[in-house]
Structure formats: C-alpha cells, structure tokens
Design a protein around this ligand. Structure first.
Ligand code: ARG
Length: 467
C-alpha cells in the first residue's frame, strides 16, 4: 500500500481537462488526503454502490453499466481489504483512487458513476457514515463501562468511604454511591451519543457540488439504501456542514473529561497514602529502578488522551469558524481530528472499563478514612436540630466547639466523653453516639439520590433497567 509520490507533470485524469500541466510537488503534497482518508474506503464504496443502483433505477445509467460498476466496486473492496490495492497520492483522495481503479477494471462505464454527484456530497456522505458507525460503537462501549460500574456499585452498596469536597474529607458516603455518580455521567454521555446519531441520520448524497442536480435522481432511495432516516433538506448546508463531526468531538471531549476525572481519582486512590484501591497487574506497570512501585500508567494515559481529544475539538472548530458557504478545501482537515479523537476515546473507555472491573477495593482503608477528619460532624449538628430543637446555625456552632475540643484532645468526636459534650450543650444525651458512626451517618441519608445503601440500591435498579 505504498503511496505513489512520483511527480509526473501530466494533469489530473479526474479533473485535469482545463489544466495544461500537473501540480507542483508541494501542491500535490498539501492537497492529497489519501494518507488518512483511505480509512473511508468501505463507506466510499458502499455510497457508490447505492448511488449507481439509484442511477440505474431512475434510468440515468443503463442496468448493464450499473452491474459492471457494482461488480468493479466489490472487487476494489476486496482488493483494499486484502491489502492488494495501490493507493496513489497523485489521485489525491479515496474517492478518486477508487474511481481510477474502477476505470482500469471496467473501462468507460466507470466514467458514468460520477453522474449527478460531486466529491463534495461524496465526502460528506462517507464521513457521515463513518462518524455514525463510530457513534454506534461509542454507545456500546459506554454501555459496557456503565455495566462495570453497576456491578461494582452493587458489590459496594454498603462499603463506607470518605466523601470529599475540596479533596478534604466532608461526609461519609458509600463507595457504591460514588460509583453510581459515574454511571450518571456516562449515562448522560451515552444519551448525547444517541442524540448525535439522530441529528446526523440524514443522507447527503445527491446534494452534488452544492446546488443539487438536474438529473432525475431519487435521494429517498439512496438514503434508505444507506440506512439513513431521510435525505438532508438543503444541498448548500449538506456539503458545507461538519457539525456532525464537531458534535462527535464535543461528546468525546465531555466523555473524556469524565474519564479523566475518574482517572485522576484512581491515581489518587491507588497511592500508598490513600490505599483505597489496588490496580490489577493487567492495568499497571512497574518501575525500572524502584522495585516497590506499581504505577497507574493506564489511568494517567486516559487523563492525557483527554487533552488530545480537546485539542481535536478546538482544531476543527477553528478550521470551520471562518468558512463561507459552501465547500472549501479547509474542510479536508476535518478527518484526522475525528480519527485521532475516536481512537483516543475508544482506548480510554476500554482501559477504564478494564480498570474498574479489575481493581481491588480496600474497604477497611476506606472505612478508616471515612471516620477520620470529623466526617460525622454534620450528623451531630443534625441530631441537635432534631433531638434538642436547636436552630441549625446554633447546632453548627455547638458542633464546631465539639470538633475543636476533640481536635485539642487528639481524638474523634465519638471518643469525647458525654460530660465533655454536655459541658458544651447540656441537652446532649448518650443517644448522640448512635449517629456518630460512619454507618449510621450513611444509613440516615435516605433522601432521593442520597448515599444510604437503600437509596444506592434504588439507583442501581433504575439503571439496570436502562442498560
Ligand atoms: N478530499 C476532499 C475532502 O476531503 C474531497 C472533496 C473535494 N472536493 C473539492 N471540491 N475539491 O474534503
């Protein structure tokens, strides 16, 4: 599959009619997209088969020519799939590479394929088909990641861990609840993917260069054959729009941001200082100099891939922002961004799904950390409101004094003797100790969406139904 870089000075066989000589070598290099758009070969051939079939059905080309074209295209498909196709840079892109080969295979009939079509609607079609398939793959992969989290959440619906704000211990939560937070995020990412599929489910082919065509084509027929809901409605928009690609990149960037936050948590949790999780050998690496180390490289790379995806989104937005309607060659630069982001996103989701499934959760470490840092102080304040009738602000103040006292004594709230607590507020009774444990704390938070195990199980059931 070597790119042919020889600089012959003959003009381009596809569009060179009015040109006396061929392009300068640099022109060829900057112009050619075959190096990356060969990835679209299957979509290109599918699109051409649908187009040729429609042309014959409408009497625009003969059935005989259509048969030759379809047969030739199928031959090219297997040539490319088996690695027996020579891509040529002189032929610029995948569209012209396929068409030139078709001419070699079937002769003059090949020249009829491009009737009522332009590379502008052809590339819009190929790329849309590719992005649609990628979105479908992303949807499935997110479903797999959600399933991994649901399993871990179920297993740990009762495991207590510290919940953080500002990365400072805030209140005890359950690990199951924390897992379910990610289920919500990836669930929204998946619904964004589904909406994007709906948005792009319109067939571009037949918009031609930009104005439509005078041939009696049937765009509904090609739309149906290619699995689109309907044809696009405006030919100018059709060839100049790339927001389906930008939407893919935005979704990838948002999902990437979620994946990266998870990656960051895994990096923190797996430090010896935290020790909340242990990554499996399959998703970590050792150090070449420090034998004790187990590094969360996969999580770190997920975090980094997100930077790359963001770069692709900004690149394509910037490429598109100044373009007058309709097609400009700038738009050729859309593909690499999307291909690169798609590869990064797939890898990131796959790696995270593996890590989440494989990691060992150290519930003892989590529980010990959950109880430190006066994490049940809010429970003491709530008890004072509920049992002693204090306004919350006063209860907050009393609790603050209890925390300060415990701090000065170097003990936990639950370790303060009753006499100490009563010296701060005489209404406190020994019943207060029931709410100062981390288990009591999480069990009490039964509000809708809260961290109580019963509530987490309800959330899990909700998502199991939808996954
Ligand atoms: N390789 C081109 C692209 O990716 C195909 C469309 C070319 N159209 C044109 N009018 N030159 O955008």
């Amino acid at each position: 599959m070597a790119d042919d870089t020889t600089d012959t000075k003959s003009s381009n066989q596809m569009w060179g009619g009015r040109f006396a000589s061929g392009p300068d070598a640099i022109m060829e290099e900057i112009n050619a997209s075959i190096g990356f758009d060969k990835k679209l070969f299957a979509q290109d051939i599918r699109g051409s088969i649908a187009h040729a079939t429609m042309l014959a059905h409408q009497g625009i080309i003969s059935a005989e020519d259509k048969d030759k074209i379809v047969h030739g295209l199928n031959t090219i498909l297997s040539e490319i799939e088996s690695g027996n196709f020579e891509f040529s840079r002189q032929l610029e892109d995948i569209h012209m590479n396929v068409e030139a080969r078709l001419a070699t295979l079937i002769g003059p009939a090949a020249g009829r394929l491009h009737t009522a079509r332009s590379r502008n609607d052809q590339v819009a079609l190929d790329f849309r088909l590719w992005v649609k398939e990628e979105l479908e793959k992303t949807e499935q992969m997110l479903t797999g990641l959600i399933a991994a989290f649901l399993d871990r959440a179920e297993e740990h619906a009762e495991s207590v861990m510290p919940g953080f704000t500002h990365l400072q211990t805030a209140q005890p939560v359950t690990f199951g609840h924390h897992c379910m937070a990610y289920v919500e995020m990836f669930g929204r990412d998946r619904s964004r993917v589904r909406h994007a599929i709906e948005h792009l489910d319109e067939s571009p082919i037949g918009a031609a260069a930009l104005a439509g065509t005078g041939y009696p084509i049937d765009r509904h027929m090609t739309a149906k054959a290619l699995g689109f809901r309907e044809p696009t409605r405006n030919s100018i928009d059709t060839v100049s729009d790339r927001d389906f690609a930008i939407e893919f990149l935005s979704i990838a960037a948002i999902a990437g941001m979620h994946l990266s936050r998870l990656a960051e948590e895994i990096v923190i949790w797996s430090t010896p200082q935290f020790g909340f999780v242990r990554l499996s050998d399959a998703f970590s690496t050792g150090s070449s100099i420090m034998p004790q180390k187990k590094n969360p490289d996969a999580a770190e790379l997920v975090r980094a891939k997100t930077g790359r995806i963001n770069g692709s989104l900004v690149a394509l937005l910037t490429i598109m922002k100044g373009l007058p309607l309709a097609y400009s060659k700038d738009m050729q630069e859309d593909k690499e961004q999307v291909f690169d982001a798609a590869e990064s996103l797939e890898l990131a989701i796959a790696a995270m799904t593996g890590m989440v499934r494989d990691m060992t959760v150290n519930t003892a470490r989590m529980k010990a950390a959950a109880g430190s840092g006066y994490s049940t102080a809010t429970d003491l304040a709530d008890w004072l409101v509920r049992e002693a009738g204090l306004p919350f602000r006063d209860a907050h103040h009393v609790t603050g004094r209890a925390v300060a006292l415990a701090e000065s004594k170097g003990c936990d709230l639950a370790e303060l003797p009753l006499s100490d607590l009563q010296a701060i507020n005489p209404d406190i009774t020994d019943k207060v100790y029931d709410v100062l444990t981390v288990e009591a704390s999480v069990a009490s938070r039964k509000s809708f969406g809260g961290t109580a195990p019963s509530e987490v199980r309800r959330q899990i059931a909700f998502w199991r139904d939808r996954n």
